[in-house]
Design a protein around this ligand. Structure first.
Ligand SMILES: CC(C)(COP(=O)(O)OP(=O)(O)OC[C@H]1O[C@@H](n2cnc3c(N)ncnc32)[C@H](O)[C@@H]1OP(=O)(O)O)[C@@H](O)C(=O)NCCC(=O)NCCS
Length: 243
């Protein structure tokens, strides 16, 4: 156990504050994963359950899964609470409705919230100790305008392609923070205007019965792009008891 205890510091990192909460974000581009993989993704960087989970996936999905998991391990290993934890002890385990929970082998303390996303070889992870958060990465695709009818809330509009990607990732990030995924309509999330830093208010107005614990939940979102790929974070300061 020598060189594999630490991951190479490849990948992008940023720390933002939303609703007063500090959020760590890491993402890995396809070429960064390729650089890593050619230097091999060591088995000891992966938890046994992660290795088992890769077996059923296509090559493309393996790349996406690895990119998001390595981003997560980078983030977690930067937390003081997990400073000496080897990457192979860190994993994301699907919880209720598929929302990932952080597990660190041998650690039973309260865990931070995490969220994961992958798109076209990009992988991203976010971590926060307070509130609920979600992250979404989206490679712009042709034909995104076709999703507008199920994307836009009444009164919301998207004139240019950039806004479609921003709305998409912020809304999907909000639904992930809530824990529902796309079981709830994207129209139930309303994104306010973005400021110069890319921050916006994100409001969930829940109508669907199973999730109707609060009539409305107001949080913060941030949108940015890296090499044309859209990334969004949503954070809610408080949430349902069980999210
Ligand atoms: C979660 C969901 C929004 C993912 O969106 P996507 O754009 O396809 O994929 P992304 O790469 O952005 O996100 C995938 C990650 O979201 C996370 N995720 C899955 N369900 C989630 C949920 N309910 N809440 C928060 N995060 C969730 C997982 O970590 C997943 O990555 P993994 O499969 O590698 O662990 C979408 O698949 C969804 O709505 N799923 C729930 C509905 C569903 O599929 N129901 C059937 C369950 S049997």
């Amino acid at each position: 156990m020598t060189e594999d205890r630490k991951l190479p510091l490849i990948g992008e990192r940023r720390r933002i504050t939303l609703n007063g909460a500090s959020i760590g974000i890491a993402w890995i581009r396809p070429e960064q994963l390729a650089a890593w993989s050619s230097g091999r993704v060591a088995d000891s960087w992966l938890a046994p359950e992660e290795i088992a989970g890769l077996e059923a996936l296509s090559e493309r999905s393996v790349a996406d899964r690895l990119a998001s998991r390595l981003a997560l391990k980078l983030l977690v290993s930067e937390e003081d609470a997990f400073a000496d934890v080897a990457p192979g002890r860190i994993a994301a385990r699907p919880g209720e409705h598929g929302r990932p929970d952080l597990v660190v082998a041998g650690v039973t303390a309260l865990m931070p919230r995490i969220s994961l996303s992958h798109s076209a070889g990009w992988g991203a992870a976010a971590l926060c100790w307070e509130g609920a958060l979600g992250i979404d990465v989206q490679h712009p695709r042709r034909g995104m305008r076709r999703v507008l009818p199920r994307l836009l809330a009444p009164g919301e509009f998207a004139e240019v392609d950039d806004d479609i990607v921003a709305l998409w990732v912020l809304k999907e990030a909000a639904l992930k923070a809530w824990g529902s995924g796309l079981d709830l309509p994207l129209r139930d999330v309303v994104v306010g205007p973005r400021d110069d830093a890319g921050q916006a208010t994100v409001r969930m107005s829940l109508a669907a019965s199973e999730w109707d614990a609060h009539a409305s939940l107001v949080g913060g979102g941030m949108f940015w792009r890296d090499s044309g790929v859209g990334m969004g974070i949503a954070h809610f300061p408080s949430a349902r008891e069980d999210i």
